[in-house]
Structures are given as C-alpha cells and as structure tokens.
Design a protein around this ligand. Sequence first.
Ligand code: MSP
Length: 519
Amino acid sequence: MSESNTYYITTAIDYVNGLPHVGHAYEKVLTDVMARHQRRLGRDVYFLTGVDEHGMKVQQSAAKQNRAPQEFCDEMAGHFRSLYDRLNVSYDDFIRTTETRHKKVVQTVLQQLFDAGEIYSANYEGYYSPRTEQFLTEKDRVKGEFPESFGEVVFLQEKNYFFKLSKYQSWLVEFYEKNPDFIYPSFRTKEVLGALQDPIPDLCISRPSARLSWGIPLPFDAEQVTYVWFDALVNYISVLGYESGKVGDKWPAVHVIGKDILVPPHAIYWPAMLKAIGVEMPKQLVVHGWWTQNKEKMSKSVGNVVDPLELIDLYGVDAFRYFVMREMAVGYDADFSIDQFKLRYQSELGNTLGNLVNRAISMIKRYRAGVIPAASAELTPDQESFRSDILGSIRTYRENMDKLQIHVAVMELWKAFMRANQYVDVTAPFKMAKDESKQKELDHVLHELAATLDLLVGELEPLLPATAAKIAFQLGRNLIPKVKSGPPSWPGDLAGVQVGEPQVLFPRLEIAKAAPISP
Ligand code: MSP
C-alpha cells in the first residue's frame, strides 16, 4: 500500500501506578473509534497503545506493596491490557516501556543527541516537586507559596543532564503559527503559543539513579536514569524500530492525548526532540478533555474515579463505548453522571436501537418465515422520503466522523434509528399482516427495515463493534458489510436472505441491580 494510505494512530501510554479509570478507558475507546473509522475507509491503520512504567510514582507504589517494581508493573500492565481487550480496543501493538525494544531506542535517541551536542550536563540547584516530578521555579509560586497540587516541595542540589530545548523556541513558534490545524481542536494552539511567549528553559532529562532507580540508564552515564518524558514520548517511535534518524514508513502519527499532557510534553518537548533527531513532525495532536465529577478532574489522587469494569459488567462493553462517545464532545470536558448513563442505556440503546432490531427481525420471522421479502419496484413519495432520510443521516454521520464531531455523528445515526422506528409506527405492519390486500406493502416495509439495519450496521461498527456484529448476524449476514466507496446507496441484495434468531441487545435492568456504582 502506498505511504499516503497509512494511518498511524497512538494513545497516551498510561502510568501504571494505579488502576485504569474512566478517563483512561475513554481515550482508548476514542482512539479505537477513530482507528476503526479509518479502517472502514480503506486506510492501512496501525494503532498503538500501551503503558508507561518507569518513574518515581511507580517506584513508590511498588515499594508501598513491598514488591519489586518489575513484578508490580507486570501485574498492573495486565490490568490495563485486559481492560482494553475487554473494551474491544483494536490495537495493533501494545508497548510497555520496560520492554527491551523500547529501552534500546530510548538509549539510541539519547546517544544520538549527546553525540550531536544537544545534551549537556550541569549542576542543578532549586526546588523540586516529587509528586509531579517537576523542577519548580519562582514563577510556579502563587501568592508566595507553591500550590497544593505540587505536594511537598523539596530543595535539591544535584548533577543532571539537560536537553537544549531553549534553542528550539523560535522554531516552535514559527511551526505553530504556520500550522494552526496541527492541534485539534485548534483553539488549543493559542495555549501553546502563550506558553512559548516567555523564554523556555532547557529540559532536565535525567535523575541520579541514587534517587530514582526505576528508569532507563543514560548510555553515557550509568549513574543517571532517563527522566520520565524523555522515556515515555519515545514510545511512539520505539515500536517503529527507530534507528539513526529513520522511523520507517508508518510515520507520521496522529497522537490522541488528554489536555493535561499537551503543554509542555506533547506540544513542546516532543516536536523539539523530533526536530533534534531529524524526524518529521507528527501528523496531528488530537487533544481530548477531562471526565469530571462535579467539575473536578476524575483522578486517582482526588479519589473520585469510576471503575469502567463495574459499568461493563452491568451494562456491557458497548453501553460504555456508546455513553462516552455520545456524552463528550472531543476536546471538551464532560461530567460523568451515572444517572445519565442509565438514562441513555435505557432510552437510546434499549428503546431506540434494541427495539428497532427486535421489531424488524421478529416481524420478518413472524410474517415471512424469516426470509427478507423484496421491496416494491415503484416507490410512493413517502417510501422515497424514508430512503432519502436514512441516506441523508448516513451522509451527515460520515461528515461528522471525519471532522471528529463524534457526538454529533452518533446523534445523526440515532436520528436514523428513530426514523425507522417511526416508520414502523406509521405503517403499522402488524395491521397490514391481517389484511390480504396489504401483503405487497408489508413486503416493502419489512424489506426497508432490513435494508436500513444493513446500511446502519456498517456505520455503527466503529462505535459499537460487538453490537454491530450481533445485528449483522441477526440479519443473516456473517460479516458486517464493508463500506462501499462513494455516497451510501440503498442495498439491493437482501431479498431472499434468511434472518437469524432475534436476540435482545440491551436488556432492561432492575434499577436496584444497577445502583452500586462507585463513587
Ligand atoms: N504516562 C503519561 C503519558 C505519556 S504519553 C507519552 C500520563 N499517563 S496518565 O495515566 O496520567 O494519563 C494517560 C492518559 O489518560 C492521558 O492522556 C490523560 O489525559 C488521560 N486521562 C487521565 N485522567 C483523565 C480524565 N479524568 N479524563 C480524561 N482523560 C484523562 O499522563
């Protein structure tokens, strides 16, 4: 396949110092929806996710449990990976930063930069926050004090290595001015340019191993390990087997990340690192917002996390995928409300989608012995307008998927499901079934319902892959139909197809059973 057809997409790699929560799961589902959408368009997708295993927090979390860091990471990495498997995240590669392939590339990058004089050693003296693993300056003080979010701040004196980040400042400014759409949503470019208004200091990229042992040793100084970002960011090219300026033909990547890790790591450090090693810029940074609880970021340290597994166990994987895609506009924050989750489950998944599928399949079984009948050759204006409404919704859905307006795309798809339910209500096939003179009309209605599902199931696949497969199966298709190039058109190959058994997709749940969700 030609280079332009490749689509390399990555997620952030999660810290393994705590269990995954809704925020981590959302990002992986979002990236999965983007990856599946591109695959359906025929792109040659390579989807990378994984975990970030080094650093002080992981070292401390392991120590708290009296365990060796590697053993602790092995277990935690398993939790993340199995959650993403359960969520049907269709990654092609799962990177762990403790893997040899990653360590090797981090050391290659460091040696290349050291040899090129881009890394130098210096003595550091100043304030440091162990909680955020950040060196602080006077500018970080608010009303004379370092804010709570830094935790306990200590004064340090030590030798470190620095990357000459400051020399990339004007190049970075120029890059963002010339590429206003590099970041999605583009309003965040302003934040980056704002951060680049003041001089940016060189970046400290190491820690003495006496203080932090859980890291990748610098290839040119065994007494020091790599600082977290210089280790973590490199994952995006370590899976490509990076060697001396060469990244292979999958690059450049679309990086999907949360807004907390845009400035400085992804918008400043990463482009400068790539420039310094002679690698082209990423294709795009897609920056999502935060899931909040009462407007506060959902996070382990705040203690307000929702466990995605609890929701999946009760409502199913696709209910989770549906809710997070429908509820959050990509790039903006959204409050995670269990009540809203239950509401959407019952009304949009159960009553709208589940009901439509159940009605269509059951009626084909009951009235036509399970064989999809033929459509009428001549269409009435109402029948025409039904088709054009469904096809119109699909076009709008696709446009919005392409623009990353995923929540709008979802609404459009549901508009089509509602239109089909309304078609059943208005045409009343259960009445037609009792009237000998209405049999041809009944054939048409049943065909149109099957055709609508057949069309929509393909569009639904990136969002709800398991449900799409179940619907395709109930429709008598072994596979989810492939997207045909060009605008959507009405299917003409369904008459005579034997449907499967109707199956309830989103069972009604007792409220009592659905109640015990944290927090
Ligand atoms: N390890 C770094 C990323 C390195 S990428 C080279 C890290 N890990 S993290 O576990 O803290 O976060 C992983 C991803 O989850 C980030 O993109 C972050 O924005 C996202 N989320 C964590 N909490 C979140 C919410 N409450 N809501 C949405 N996503 C958030 O940062």
